[in-house]
Design a protein around this ligand. Structure first.
Ligand code: PA5
Length: 472
């Protein structure tokens, strides 16, 4: 029986949110009182009810992904089985929500040096996610893959994103030169079923396709084929990640203090009201390193915008890594302005234990480490950093994963998606649009003379020219 079908195992894998160090009792007057939290609960409940009543409608389709993908999962698993052993490399082409989830989940669930492992230990294709369009990076990719042994997954919901479509044109050209008309087996598309150019291209070329549901925006898409296909090809049980998400959804059924996603939203919302406009996500785990990139997009792109009264709101996410950034940013976090909340992402049990051996007894300042483990050291350093922040009155909290596995990852992703939905309601923004991103996209289209952007082009040509006085 799969672990995730066992109730006791699931309970032992429960992801928790600890906000003790946001409270006055722990950090002094900079923190919240219980009364302040209580006073925020009616607004939180309103937002909770709004999200609940929108589930599965409009752009809130993501809430149903743990429940409505039986056929999708079958199709993905069948495809993963079909391509197993056929390719040496698997490359995702996509950006934003089409890339950050796959990058983060790969880092969390596969060996930390996966691509460097010998083939027999890897057990699957080497994996690359090419999100950026830096020409040096694209050309470097072709130095490490052999296109004729590569499966490319072109991921774009809109099927119109310049970066991804430019990459598609490049790989299509390379494959055509190498393989002629047999290139079709080397490309799979993950896109909208009936809108955008990518689906039209895929139909014309007869590529295998997986679909991004209409109600699932890029940054909420890791639990649909955008994320699931890569995981299945990397031999991860995709049912487990969906079960984890479902479990978190069950935990978050009430608009009260038992709901970790709601309490995350409430405490961050209150923190913003007190001028904490920066949200630092700091995993103490290399496996979770890119979970902060995924969170940064989710939190920034969903919440950073004008609210319905035209007021700019949002919290700037900052990515950090424990313990690495203790030697870089933590000085600022402890003694700098009280403008942030630091969220530690902690793992209770690492997948391995590394002992620190005895030796150098003549150097007591070194040998005190002996007999301990790196596991103890990293956890102690996290505790000590939280303590330093708290004694300086700096808000911090913890998201705790008992272990890193597909189940706890599903919980974490779903918890923060729910938290973002709740926070969006509380801040009174449209959580699911990104007009600020569109503005930049449109300017690029105009400069590249894309049809329909003629007015934008005129606007850009009339924009003030840069002065050399200000360039030195
Ligand atoms: O969250 C979002 O909607 C965006 O970040 C998109 O994921 C990103 O712009 C890529 O869009 P698309 O999937 O349409 O290529």
């Amino acid at each position: 029986m799969k672990n995730y079908l066992d109730k006791n195992w699931k309970n032992s894998m429960r992801v928790k949110f600890d906000y003790n160090n946001m409270m006055q009792e722990f950090i002094g007057e900079e923190g919240f009182t219980k009364e302040e939290i209580d006073a925020c609960m009616p607004l939180a409940k309103k937002s909770f009810d709004l999200l609940n009543s929108s589930r599965g409608t409009g752009m809130v389709g993501w809430t149903e992904l743990p429940y409505n993908q039986d056929e999708v999962v079958k199709d993905i698993n069948a495809y993963a089985e079909e391509v197993k052993g056929k390719f040496e490399y698997f490359v995702v082409l996509g950006i934003g929500g089409s890339a950050l989830g796959p990058i983060a989940a790969f880092q969390a669930l596969k060996h930390l040096h996966y691509n460097d492992l010998p083939k027999e230990k890897r057990g699957g294709p080497k994996f690359y996610v090419e999100d950026n369009i830096d020409p040096e990076r694209m050309s470097a990719l072709f130095d490490v893959i052999e296109p004729e042994k590569t499966l490319f997954n072109v991921v774009s919901k809109s099927g119109a994103t310049s970066e991804t479509m430019a990459q598609y044109l490049i790989i299509f050209d390379v494959l055509k030169k190498k393989l002629g008309k047999d290139l079709g087996e080397h490309i799979v598309c993950t896109t909208s079923k009936d809108s955008g150019n990518l689906i039209k291209i895929a139909k014309e070329e007869n590529y295998k396709c997986f679909y991004i549901p209409d109600g699932v925006g890029g940054r909420f898409s890791e639990l649909c084929p955008v994320g699931l296909l890569s995981l299945a090809i990397l031999d991860i049980d995709i049912c487990e990640i969906l079960e984890g998400a479902k479990f978190m959804d069950e935990i978050c059924q009430k608009a009260d203090f038992t709901n970790p996603a709601l309490m995350f939203a409430v405490t961050e919302y209150l923190a913003m009201q007190k001028g904490r406009n920066i949200s630092v996500m700091m995993p103490y785990s290399d496996g979770l390193k890119f979970m902060s990139d995924w969170y940064a997009q989710l939190w920034a792109e969903s919440l950073g915008k004008f609210n319905s009264s035209g007021v700019s709101v949002g919290q700037t996410p900052v990515k950090a890594l424990g313990v690495t950034d203790q030697h870089s940013q933590v000085q600022l976090y402890v003694e700098g302005p009280s403008d942030k909340v630091v969220t530690f992402l902690n793992v209770e049990r690492f997948r391995t234990t590394v002992e620190i051996p005895h030796g150098l007894e003549q150097f007591p300042d070194v040998s005190f480490l002996s007999g301990h483990t790196l596991n103890e050291l990293i956890q102690t350093e996290q505790f000590s950093t939280a303590y330093a922040l708290s004694t300086h009155g700096k808000m911090n909290n913890e998201i705790i994963l008992p272990e890193i596995n597909a189940f706890t990852l599903g919980e974490y992703l779903f918890m923060l998606e729910l938290a973002t939905g709740y926070a969006g309601g509380m801040l009174d923004v449209n959580t699911y649009n990104q007009p600020g991103v569109e503005a930049g996209k449109n300017a690029t289209y105009a400069i590249f003379n894309k049809k329909g952007y003629e007015e934008k082009k005129k606007e850009l040509l009339n924009a003030p020219k840069k002065k050399s006085d200000y360039i030195c």
